[in-house]
Design a protein around this ligand. Structure first.
Ligand code: HEC
Ligand code: HEC
Ligand code: HEC
Ligand code: HEC
Length: 205
């Protein structure tokens, strides 16, 4: 009788102890992810080495705070006010009709919806302007795109559209719209995969 009760206490103790999981065994997938993810949070992995010398600015859009590349130093004809010291009409050469930015043409939305003034404010060329006439810094040109392309903008904020510069480790740095899309001609040309098998092309012909 006594032996039996001692035995059942042992069994009970064994059950209680074995309830805690052994190493590598988890009660749920969520628990596994949380437990095994801990070591990544505790390490000093950082995306900073990948960002390298790229000059960045920090932006906060909704609940997302991340870095994007700075643009002004990359724009060849910035500062615009080096030439745009007078109103546009005074700069335009009406005699010859020659265009200063002859190499710049809009192949984006149709001309009813968009012209240069949709984004460039003739009174303040060093800044962009929104559809309602608000000033937008050249470093934050994504704000212009967001006006008409909100699905892509929403995706971009979370990282579903576009590309991170140094992966998902902190600090998160993501390319901005104009790193990939020319605002005047935003289409991305179709291309073959980088490691396209040229021998197969010959076979297909
Ligand atoms: C080297 C001088 C120079 C620089 C730098 C320059 N512009 Fe101009 N831009 C001109 C001149 C001259 C005109 C007027 C002639 C014309 O319409 O092309 C002009 C015209 C324009 C127009 C009107 C074009 C049209 O067809 O109505 C826009 C928009 C414009 N510039 C934007 C910019 C922006 C934005 C920058 C800076 C990122 C810039 N420019 C920098 C010389 C310059
Ligand atoms: C959809 C908005 C939009 C429209 C429309 C637009 N631009 Fe721009 N433009 C931009 C943005 C944004 C930049 C800066 C891009 C970057 O960061 O590289 C820019 C850059 C420029 C620059 C500087 C380019 C360089 O590399 O030096 C010039 C000049 C310019 N625009 C002129 C024009 C002219 C002229 C027109 C009309 C024919 C025009 N833009 C129409 C958004 C626009
Ligand atoms: C005023 C509204 C407006 C703004 C601002 C604007 N877009 Fe667009 N964009 C359009 C419209 C309209 C189309 C569709 C044109 C079509 O389907 O023919 C378009 C087309 C596009 C496309 C698709 C081209 C294709 O056919 O594959 C891209 C990419 C794009 N825009 C990127 C941008 C970026 C980047 C910016 C910011 C620099 C921007 N847009 C700003 C209105 C806008
Ligand atoms: C890392 C490069 C990259 C960045 C950054 C980027 N895009 Fe794109 N975008 C692409 C590619 C690639 C496509 C697909 C083109 C295709 O399928 O033909 C695309 C497609 C689009 C299209 C066409 C419709 C679609 O979804 O296929 C729009 C509009 C667009 N992008 C807007 C934006 C806007 C607005 C931003 C910034 C908020 C942005 N993109 C940032 C690379 C980029």
């Amino acid at each position: 009788m006594i032996k039996q009760s001692i035995l059942s206490i042992f069994i009970l103790l064994f059950c209680l102890c074995s309830c805690g999981h052994k190493e590598g065994e988890y009660h749920s997938l969520k628990e596994k992810i949380e437990e095994e993810g801990k070591k990544y949070h505790e390490t000093d992995i950082s995306s900073e080495t990948y960002i390298g010398d790229i000059k960045t600015i920090e932006i906060t859009e909704g609940e997302h705070t991340f870095l994007i590349p700075e643009r002004k130093s990359q724009i060849k004809s910035y500062a615009c006010t080096e030439c745009h010291t007078k109103p546009l009409a005074a700069l335009q050469n009406t005699k010859t009709g020659q265009k200063a930015h002859w190499d710049m043409q809009i192949n984006h939305a149709n001309e009813n919806a968009m012209n240069c003034a949709t984004c460039h404010n003739g009174k303040d060329m060093d800044n962009l302007n929104s559809l309602t006439g608000n000033t937008v810094d050249f470093n934050k040109s994504f704000k212009l795109c967001a006006q008409c392309h909100s699905p892509q903008f929403e995706d971009w904020k979370g990282g579903a559209h576009g590309k991170n510069i140094g992966g998902w480790a902190k600090p998160r740095a993501a390319m901005t719209c104009v790193n990939c899309h020319n605002p005047h001609e935003p289409q991305i040309a179709p291309k073959w995969p980088e490691r396209f098998n040229t021998r197969k092309v010959k076979e297909r012909e």
